[in-house]
Design a protein around this ligand. Structure first.
Ligand code: SF4
Length: 488
């Protein structure tokens, strides 16, 4: 899901994250009997997917006939207190967590979206971003559609509602044939729960089962949380339909070359999740090992930029036989949307989130492993903190290639001008960070670390090769080989 409103307003700190931001997580439940409490199970699933979006949460539930919906701005625990959850009856549900840019951060843009049409009430939750939203929006508006939100998800709802298909399943397939871009979508309609993944399978989506229910989740950690086992990941262009007759698979749109978002593995997904057969923590460890093999370094200690650099740092330290330790502690009570209203606050902001253990790093040659660098604002302050804590040398090693191109498929990577590697050489970045050395993993090393998925990845923000053609393909296909810089 993405909104086509732009980033605006005074809190621009929201709009220029120092890490790419996932925009959504989806979770669906189909109880095998009417007594199953779908709302409570969805609450647990959304809780597990909270890292995929912290600005709003919502769910729609159904008893097979009528649908109730509740959505609000805020974290899952705040949006669904007991009294709200107990009012959401039914054994079928679809839920959503969302991150948005500031300009579109309002409750009308929270999901699921619910509409009523000839197929009855239809609720849709979407993770990803369509690249032909504006064309579809103009076409539908010209035909008389009225839009309530600025979400591309609403375009999908209108396509379903305007379908002339006999049944809602075919209407959803017909809508999918009009979509271009990245989408993992869950649709609740009447007594059916349907889920679809785009033809390249860019965003993750999996199907699970427990004794009482079937589940659809963005990540397997959602299935684990409700005690479900993974049946399998939804394939490229595939649709899963669950109703009283059980589970059916169909090909909604022809499958294209699989291009799973590599950033799910580098940064977004939870380390305990498995996506398309590859465990996220183990993939990150292999990225760290590959980085160690590419750029061996002499150092006293390996530390991680918490938390997303931890798995790679363990792999890196193991590969070189250097001790791994917790050089930086993270305050876990600082929300991701922490606002820094003044320059002084911005300066101190990183200190509020991260603090070095001075007794540990003082006098040491430290290698800090991060999963990625987007703008470099956090890295520069972290390195400064380590130096003022007494570190003798600080080497910054990054377990992914430089992020040089923006994402159009549902990840907020910042605009290209804000990506530090897009307009600076590695030498310039190292100097800016004041690191003794700065080394990035190669694209080849990353691909190898991804094991069986290595040839089936979207790498567009790293190499500029976009798997789905963009209406305005501004990015080139420049292949930059420079990846490491050391101070002389
Ligand atoms: S461009 Fe990057 S962040 Fe976007 S889907 Fe592709 S790999 Fe993921």
């Amino acid at each position: 899901m993405a909104a086509y409103a732009s980033c605006e307003g005074p809190s621009m700190a929201h709009c220029t994250p120092d890490k790419p931001r996932e925009e959504c997580g989806v979770f669906g439940v189909y109880g095998k009997s009417p007594g199953v409490d779908a709302a409570s199970l969805t609450y647990l699933g959304l809780y597990a997917l909270q890292h995929r979006g912290q600005e709003s949460a919502g769910m729609a539930t159904s008893d097979g006939r009528s649908v109730v919906i509740h959505k609000e701005m805020g974290l899952v625990a705040k949006v669904f207190p007991d009294e709200v959850l107990s009012g959401l009856g039914g054994h079928i549900s679809v839920g959503h967590v969302r991150y948005s840019t500031t300009g579109s951060s309002r409750v009308e843009n929270a999901q699921p979206l619910l509409g009523r049409c000839k197929y009855g009430p239809v609720a849709i939750a979407h993770n990803g971003n369509l690249v032909n939203t504006l064309d579809l929006f103009k076409e539908l508006e010209a035909e008389g559609s009225v839009f309530q939100s600025t979400l591309d998800t609403e375009v999908v709802l209108h396509l379903v509602a305007r379908s002339e298909a006999q049944d809602v399943e075919e209407a959803v397939r017909g809508a999918a044939r009009r979509l271009q871009g990245a989408y993992s979508i869950i649709v609740l309609a009447g007594d059916k729960l349907m889920a679809m993944r785009d033809p390249h399978a860019i965003r993750p989506l999996c199907l699970g089962e427990s004794q009482d229910a079937y589940f659809i989740s963005s990540e397997t950690c959602g299935l684990d949380t409700v005690g479900a086992r993974l049946i399998r990941h939804v394939g490229p262009g595939e649709m899963v339909t669950i109703d009283g007759g059980g589970v059916r698979f169909s090909q909604a749109v022809p499958a294209r070359r699989r291009a799973v978002c590599v950033f799910e593995f580098i940064y977004f997904a939870r380390p305990d999740s498995e996506i398309d057969g590859v465990n996220v923590h183990l993939a990150r460890k292999r990225m760290g090992q590959a980085l160690a093999h590419e750029y061996p370094v002499e150092a006293d200690m390996v530390i991680a930029a918490p938390d997303s650099g931890i798995s790679a740092a363990i792999g890196f330290a193991e590969a070189l036989g250097i001790p791994y330790d917790t050089g930086l502690t993270k305050n876990r009570y600082v929300g991701r949307t922490f606002i820094q209203p003044s320059q002084t606050m911005r300066e101190l902001g990183v200190r509020i989130k991260l603090n070095p253990i001075a007794d540990l790093v003082a006098g040491k040659r430290v290698v800090m492993i991060d999963d990625s660098i987007v703008r470099g604002t956090t890295s520069v302050k972290t390195i400064e903190m380590l130096r003022s804590a007494g570190a003798r040398e600080v080497h910054m090693y990054v377990a992914s290639p430089p992020v040089r191109y923006p994402c159009y498929y549902g990840i907020d990577t910042s605009a290209r001008g804000e990506l530090i590697a897009s307009n600076h050489t590695i030498d310039e970045i190292r100097e800016h960070l004041r690191a003794d050395s700065l080394c990035y993993l190669s694209l080849e090393g990353l691909i190898e670390a991804m094991g069986p998925l290595g040839g089936e990845l979207c790498l567009a923000c790293l190499d500029g090769r976009y798997p789905v053609e963009l209406p305005d393909a501004g990015a080139g296909h420049k292949h930059v080989l420079e990846r490491c810089s050391k101070s002389t």
